[in-house]
Design a protein around this ligand. Sequence first.
Ligand code: 3H9
Length: 697
Amino acid sequence: MNDLVNYVTDGKIGVITVNNPPVNALSQAVRQGLLDAIRTAAGDDTEAVLIHCEGRTFIAGADIREFGKPHAEPFLPDLLNEIEASEKIVVAAIHGTALGGGFETALACHYRIALDSAKVGLPEVKLGLLPGAGGTQRVPRLTGVEASLELMLSGTPIPAARAAEAGLVDRVVNDDLLAEAMAYTQQLAAANAPIRRTSELTAESVDDGVFSAVSASIGKRARGQTAPTRIVECVRNATTMPFSDGQKRERELFDECMRDPQSAALRHLFFAEREAAKVIGLSRDTPMREVNSVGIIGGGTMGGGIAMCFANAGIPVTLVEINGKALKRGLSIIDDNYAGSVKRAKLSEDKAAECRGLISGATDYSALSDVDLVIEAVFEDPDLKKDIFARLDKACKPGAVLATNTSYQDVNAIAAATQRPQDVLGMHFFSPAHIMKLLEVVRADRTEEDVLSTVMALSKRIGKVAVVSGVCYGFIGNRMLQGYFREAQLCLIEGGLPESVDAALYDWGMAMGPISVADLAGLDVGYKARQALAETDRGDPAANRVPDVLVEANRLGQKNGRGFYTYDAETRKRSSDPEVQAIIEREAAALGIERRAIEPEEIIDRLIYALVNEGLQILAEGIAQRPGDIDVVYVYGYGFPAWRGGPMHYADAIGLDNVLARIEEFRERFGDENWTPAPLLTKLVNEGRTLAEWAER
Ligand code: 3H9
């Protein structure tokens, strides 16, 4: 038919093969090829048609790269309706992941056979979309309303066996899919099996309360997002409208989603996440070192969580602590974490035991003599870290990768404590390390290319999204956070309260407000870090004043039940504390600040533009490779709302000229110490370019 879709006859069966690597996305050429093939099959003497795919997967969806561009015919919904209308039986043979438009293609076929390792799903919601090629109408006609809503609102694919139980797949086989599918198609043809058009079925009708309950839960489950509500409307329509009307409305709502900036933001992130894995200047065939065993120094919360990441991926770990007692405590934290995962049904008991079995303990560095990678995860003491690296240099085999999990320290200085700085880099995990997806990979000046490529590939193996950062204080994420936290504290002392500052950011979409984050992290952490700096390097004194006073009053945050808020010892529920309000008011007066009402809009702009401005600086310095990398860091590591695309995409969406104007306004009002626009911002505004355009340079 064309280069991407092939049609041959094999006896009485017409076989359509899609071959559009890497994931057989439904580009215009694939849609055209499928249409031509199904029409050819309609006119020849075959009795039935089989659709299958070459490569690693069945069709993984519409071609996301075509989104946002003018629609090109044939449109997927029309194509799928034509497949379904076929007078000959059409069978889909599914392997890999049949996702989105790919699964909708299978649903338009009359029968579905799948390999047991296959998964099917409708992940459109993760792109701010809804299944727009009949999926919202066909799925409820095949399975229950609640199962349909779960599939579309979670976007999480389900295994073939579960899909079969739900009536979405007819047969599951465990080997040689193509041969089994051919045999199945022949059987169906020989038996003159009915042509089952899903659109002709009636979806179960349910009490409207089901839809209102789901709609009500969206506010919590998908706070701020627009696609889920539209999905619920479509599924409801499937239970009340004829197929063609339901599909017409599905199309309208799909187009609304497509025009919604949320989808542009989420699509940006989809590609940014994949781009982040690529290191500029490093070729795909850079050699890699084998990593089949890992050592971890430090069995605290961080070290234990990191150990679990590797064990969960089947990689044995040796955890090293300074003495038996500390080791016992570290291993027992890991035991507790695994017990928690079992309790929350994240892992089966057997799987948890298997993973836990891969973690052993030691109190001597000689246990690390043969490991392929060591990650140091002790507390932030630069001298201690250097000492550990000097010892690792002696204990580890040549070629072992030596990584530090530091959040702030100079990785070049740590590397210089060894005779092999080329093997050293940073692997900055986020807490809880076995859950958070982000990993900042810190490339030091002398890190060897193969070390970097090894760690980037390893990150994927342990399920992390890795972003490369250069060396600077705090790397990408924590460095940017400084301005964000500074503004949070300034808004507080100038007139806000912990609740109002938190609410502004939470309502805007952040996972947590900045004041709650500070309480969670522990106010003493920042306090100690500030004390270690020269007074001139501690930042705006007005921003540090309240947190310093709180620490000195033994209000350390969640850890001792009292920080900016007070916390219930059992439920950890926070409540406001009039004592804190009194402290804020007193300290403001002491600093001569006249408190005023601060609107949420000002709070949001000050905090977010502080992030953006520092992000631009980081880009200009080459600390981050691209704006999208920063977005990935903020969405995966700092609770930035994915549907806003990350701070740098957000700045582009608002318009860099608007961002600059607001920063200039803040400069007028608050001075240029905190509000000097990044030169890159001014430059891009002068040139009329977006960050996305700059990134294509
Ligand atoms: C949809 O279908 C709408 C319809 O309902 C209605 C239409 C009217 N398009 O992830 P990987 C690229 S919405 C274009 O690293 P893995 C990806 O960018 C769509 N490109 O591999 C990467 O490129 P590169 C619903 C795509 O093995 C390469 O393929 N479907 C698409 O870890 C490899 O990707 C989805 O949302 C695409 N659809 O994971 C599924 N998919 O090498 C999205 C991938 O240049 N895709 N690419 O960086 C996925 O979830 C994963 O890619 C998948 C494979 C699980 C398939």
